[in-house]
Design a protein around this ligand. Structure first.
Ligand code: ATP
Length: 516
C-alpha cells in the first residue's frame, strides 16, 4: 500500500479519536458519505466559515450576505438547468457490482500518463544533477514526448465525448484503453448512463396534492433568485456581491476520500454582479483574491495550483479551480466561474419577472453578468486538517501527534492547567480561565501528568497552554507553552493575554489579507 494512503488513514483515525469528524449514524453501521462534526470539528469548521464570511462581508464595502432556504420553488431547478443537465455519467462493473463515474475512470487514466512523464523527469533530474534543464528535457526526450502524445490524444477524445454528451464513446474509451475495475480487475462493463444528482422529496400532504421539491445541490440559486430583493432593499450599485454559507446535497455516485466527496455538505458561495463586458477583468480579480485568501493561512504556498477548465459549461466563459495538495494528490477545493448572465436571464424567462439593473452611468438597463466563487467548507476543513497533521518524532523513541493549525482558526485557543490538583492551584487556574474565557476559547484540564495534558492539547491543535504552579501563587506569573516550538516562557497573565490577543485573533489574519 502506498505510504500516502497510510498517512490518510491515520489522519481519518485521528479526526475521529479527537472529536473532529464522526461517521454519521455510526451506531447503525453508518450512512455512506455522510459525516458529523464533533466537539472540536465544529469549532474548526465555524472558524473557517468566519474567516471566509468576514473576509467577504467585512473587508468589501460592496459585498453583503444572505441566508436563503434549502427548499426552493422546483421551477428554479428547471431554469438553472439542474433538472435536465445536473448529471454524471455512470458505469457499472458487472463482476464487482461496483458503480463508477465514467469520467473519473478516464481522468484517472489521463493522470497515469502525467505520472509516467513526471517519473521520467524526476529520474533525469537525479541523473543530471544541477545541470538539468527540465524544460528542454520535456521538449526533447523521446519517451516523454511519446507519453505526452498519448496523453493528449486521450484527453482530446475525452473532452470531445464529454462536450458532445456522447455516452457511447465514453464507454468505447474505457474499452479501448483497457481500463479495468480496481476491485474485480475485469473489463466487464455496462453501458454508460446519465444519473441526476439531485435529491427529490415531497412537500405538502398528499391530500392537498404534494409538490415535488429538491434539496438544493448548490447554494448559488438562492442568491440569484434574491438578487432583486438585495439590490433594491440594499440600494446596491454594480459591481456588488452577495455571499452565502449553507448546506447543499448531491446524490454522488461514488463517494470516497472521507469528507472530500459527501452527499450532504456545506458551501460558501459568493456571486459578484458586474457590468457585461467587464466580467473577465473581475474573473481575474477574484481568481487572485481567492488564492491570496487561501495562502494567507500559511499552509504552504506550493500546496496550491490553478486548474483552468478546458471544458466550459455552456453558460460560462471562463472557469478555474483552486486545487490543494491532499494526501491523495492535488484536488479541487474551490471553483471560480464567470457565469455570464445565464442564471439571471433564465430566471427572468421562467418567472416572467424583469431582473434588470438600471445603470445610471450608462443610462441603460441590462441583466448583470456574474462571477462566482464557490468553495466547499468540508474540503477546506480537510485541506487544513491534512496539512496541519504531523506525527512528530521527538527523538529517543518519543513522538507526538500534533495539529499545527493556524492559531486564529484552532478549535481551542488556550488550555489552563494547574500543575497539581492541590495547594490552591486549581482555584488559581480557574480564576485565570474565567478571566480569559470571554475573549478566547479556553479549556481547563487538571487530570493526569502535565506532560500528558500537553500532548492532549497538541493532538487537538491548541496553540497555547498556560500552566499554573506554586510560583503563580507568589508572584502571579504563569508558564506559557507554545504548541509548535514547545518553548516555555515565564510571563505575567497580562503579558499572556497580550500575546493571545495578537496571535489567536481572527483580526490578525484578516489584517494580513488587506496588507498583502
Ligand atoms: P467535483 O468536480 O469535485 O464534483 P464540482 O466541480 O462539481 O466538484 P462545484 O459544483 O463547482 O463542484 O462546487 C463548488 C465546491 O463545492 C467545490 O469546489 C467543492 O469544494 C464543493 N463540493 C462540491 N461537491 C462536493 C461534495 N460532494 N462533497 C463536498 N464538497 C463538495
Amino acid at each position: 500500500m502506498a505510504k500516502q494512503e497510510d498517512v490518510f488513514k491515520t489522519i481519518i483515525a485521528h479526526a475521529k479519536e479527537y472529536g473532529f469528524v464522526f461517521q454519521s449514524s455510526e451506531i447503525y453501521d453508518g450512512l455512506s458519505a455522510v459525516y458529523d462534526y464533533g466537539q472540536n470539528g465544529v469549532e474548526l469548521k465555524n472558524n473557517i466559515k468566519r474567516y471566509w464570511w468576514e473576509a467577504m462581508t467585512m473587508l468589501h464595502d460592496n459585498i453583503v450576505g444572505i441566508d436563503s432556504a434549502i427548499f426552493m420553488h422546483p421551477t428554479i431547478w428547471k431554469a438553472s438547468g439542474h433538472v435536465d443537465a445536473f448529471n454524471d455519467p455512470l458505469i457499472d462493473n458487472k463482476d464487482s457490482k461496483k458503480r463508477y463515474r465514467a469520467d473519473v475512470l478516464i481522468e484517472d487514466e489521463i493522470a497515469k500518463f502525467d505520472e509516467k512523464i513526471n517519473k521520467e523527469v524526476a529520474k533525469a533530474a537525479k541523473r543530471f544533477g544541477e545541470s538539468f534543464d527540465e524544460a528542454m528535457f520535456r521538449q526533447t526526450n523521446p519517451r516523454v514526448l511519446e507519453h505526452q502524445r498519448k496523453r493528449d490524444e486521450l484527453h482530446t477524445r475525452f473532452s470531445e465525448a464529454m462536450n458532445a454528451n456522447d455516452l457511447a464513446d465514453l464507454k468505447q474509451i474505457i474499452l479501448d484503453y483497457e481500463i479495468v475495475d480496481p476491485i474485480s480487475g475485469t473489463r466487464n462493463w455496462t453501458d454508460v448512463r446519465q444519473f441526476n444528482l439531485m435529491f427529490k422529496t415531497e412537500m405538502g400532504s398528499t391530500a392537498d396534492g404534494a409538490m415535488d421539491v429538491y434539496l438544493r445541490p448548490e447554494t448559488a440559486q438562492g442568491i440569484f433568485v434574491n438578487y432583486l430583493n438585495v439590490q433594491k432593499t440594499g440600494r446596491m450599485r454594480l459591481p456588488f456581491g452577495i455571499a452565502q454559507i449553507g448546506k447543499a446535497f448531491r446524490n454522488e455516485i461514488v463517494a470516497r476520500q472521507f469528507i472530500f466527496r459527501m452527499r450532504e455538505f456545506e458551501q460558501m458561495e459568493m456571486q459578484f454582479f458586474v457590468r457585461p463586458g467587464e466580467e473577465l477583468k473581475w474573473f481575474d480579480f477574484w481568481r487572485q483574491t481567492r488564492l491570496s485568501w487561501h495562502k494567507n493561512l500559511g499552509l504552504g504556498d506550493t500546496k496550491y495550483r490553478f486548474h483552468d477548465h478546458e471544458k466550459l459549461a455552456h453558460y460560462a466563459n471562463a472557469a478555474t479551480d483552486i486545487e490543494f495538495e491532499m494526501p491523495f494528490g492535488f484536488k479541487e477545493v474551490e471553483g471560480i466561474h464567470s457565469r455570464t448572465n445565464f442564471d439571471l436571464s433564465q430566471h427572468e424567462k421562467f418567472s416572467g419577472k424583469k431582473i434588470q439593473y438600471f445603470d445610471p452611468e450608462l443610462n441603460e438597463s441590462y441583466v448583470p453578468y456574474v462571477i462566482e466563487t464557490s468553495i466547499g467548507v468540508d474540503r477546506m476543513f480537510l485541506s487544513v486538517f491534512c496539512s496541519c497533521y504531523e506525527d512528530q518524532d521527538l527523538g529517543n523513541g518519543d513522538h507526538r501527534a500534533v495539529l499545527h493549525f493556524p492559531a486564529p482558526i484552532a478549535p481551542v485557543k488556550c488550555a489552563v492547567l494547574p500543575l497539581v490538583k492541590k495547594d490552591g492551584l486549581p482555584e488559581k487556574a480557574r480564576e485565570i480561565q474565567h478571566r480569559l474565557r470571554f475573549d478566547f476559547t479556553c479549556q481547563y484540564d487538571e487530570k493526569d501528568s502535565i506532560g500528558k495534558r500537553y500532548r492532549r492539547q497538541d493532538a487537538i491543535g491548541t496553540p497555547y497552554c498556560i500552566t499554573i504552579d506554586h510560583q503563580t501563587l507568589e508572584d502571579g506569573t504563569v508558564t506559557l507553552r507554545e504548541r509548535d516550538s514547545m518553548e516555555q516562557k515565564r510571563l505575567s497573565v497580562d503579558e499572556v493575554e497580550k500575546i493571545l490577543s495578537e496571535k489567536v485573533s481572527l483580526n490578525s489574519l484578516l489584517k494580513q489579507l488587506v496588507v498583502k
